[in-house]
Design a protein around this ligand. Structure first.
Ligand code: BGC
Ligand code: ZN
Length: 370
């Protein structure tokens, strides 16, 4: 069985041959992988900036954005059946009895940092022909989502973030308005920083939840993004020609900034523009670049005088996967062309090098199996 693995010590990325995994416990599910998405995390791993092989091994099989077909189940499996399509979650709990988060089934909030992540941290990933995992990490997706379900995992990042935004906005005396009312006083004006997969999926989730949404990003091909975001009902503003002051002039009170670039320079430049009672969410993991200067007095003054909340969010729990699967279904009905258009490249596993190591061009590249 072929797989794509990174060997950090010898700085090699290679296709390897692996024995096929077998069902080992009554709650195990075996999947034949159909599509594996590639994201910035994978590109960081294959350039040896991130990622850790399982203890005692010299390599890590990459891939954490999955879509597979169930081919075999253990005798106690009751969540999926052979023939079902499914996506797998990424993070697995740490072993410490004292980690309240992991013991509560929420390794996305792990306290110890000893969580593992398939395809990223100490567990092999999904860029291989077959995978076995416990059914609690397997999420069934309806067959009509076959062509886009590989987008579920990146969408879970936005789903978890939006749930937290809702919780934060509920602290306002008038609560979180559940129905789009539009106009002033609704507090649903969002700016998305970044127009990659997480930014665009986040914009879809925000628009679908009734936010007025602006997507702000550097883009060599602005016209394409103006059309795409416009078709969703949002507005794209290219960072090359529109300054942050002008952006805020258009939005008025920025109730939410959803950061999806992983570029700390843009994020911290935008932070002073967050509106009154606003929420700023970080989702990107930046590489290590030189330190930057920020207007810390202005930021701190705003945080206090404007009741602002800044938080980061990582990974996702079961309910975020369920929300992502439901939302992706809704997006696919509402914006069929735009949703499938997010997947801009499909590559056989033998051709893994181009999408993983080549120059980035499209939105989401996906690995497929012959
Ligand atoms: C993945 C998350 C993971 C995070 C940190 C992201 O690319 O989507 O599941 O928790 O990287 O490793
Ligand atoms: Zn990812």
């Amino acid at each position: 069985m072929q797989a794509v693995a990174v060997f950090p010590a010898s700085r090699v990325v290679e296709r390897i041959d692996q024995p096929e995994p077998q069902i080992g416990s009554p709650t195990d599910v075996k999947l034949r992988m159909l599509e594996i998405g590639i994201c910035g995390t994978d590109r960081d791993i294959v350039t040896f900036q991130y990622g850790t092989p399982p203890p005692g091994q010299d390599h890590l099989i990459i891939g954490h954005e999955s879509l597979g077909e169930v081919v075999e189940i253990g005798r106690a499996v009751d969540q999926v059946r052979p023939g079902d399509l499914a996506v797998l979650s990424v993070r697995r709990p740490c072993r410490h009895g004292t980690c309240f988060a992991c013991r509560a089934g929420r390794p996305d909030f792990c306290f110890t940092g000893d969580y593992t992540e398939r395809g990223i941290k100490q567990l092999h990933g999904y860029m291989t022909e077959a995978v076995v995992d416990d059914q609690r990490y397997v999420h069934r997706v309806p067959p009509e989502l076959r062509n886009v379900a590989v987008l579920v995992e990146p969408l879970t990042i936005a789903e978890k973030a939006l749930r937290e935004v809702r919780q934060v906005q509920t602290r306002l005396p008038w609560g979180y308005p559940s129905r789009p009312a539009g106009g002033s006083g609704y507090h649903h004006k969002a700016v998305v920083l970044g127009a990659g997969p997480v930014g665009l999926l986040g914009a879809m989730a925000l628009l679908h939840a009734g936010f007025e949404t602006w997507v702000y990003s550097r883009s060599p091909d602005a016209q394409r993004w103006i059309e795409l975001v416009g078709a969703l009902g949002g507005v794209f503003l290219p960072a090359e020609s529109v300054g942050l002051t002008e952006l805020v002039g258009r939005v008025d009170n920025v109730d939410l900034i959803f950061e999806a670039t992983g570029a700390s320079s843009l994020a911290f430049a935008a932070l002073p523009y967050l509106g009154t009672n606003g929420v700023f969410v970080f989702t990107g993991v930046p590489g290590r670049k030189a330190a930057i200067t920020i207007d810390s007095d202005r930021i701190m003054r705003n945080l206090v005088l404007k009741n602002q909340v800044v938080f980061g969010t990582v990974n996702a729990d079961r309910s975020a996967f369920e929300a992502a699967i439901a939302d992706l279904g809704a997006f696919a009905q509402r914006w069929p062309k735009e949703v499938s258009g997010l997947i801009t490249g499909k590559h056989l596993i033998a051709d893994f090098r181009k999408p993983l190591l080549g120059h980035r061009t499209g939105i989401k590249d996906v690995i497929t199996f012959a």
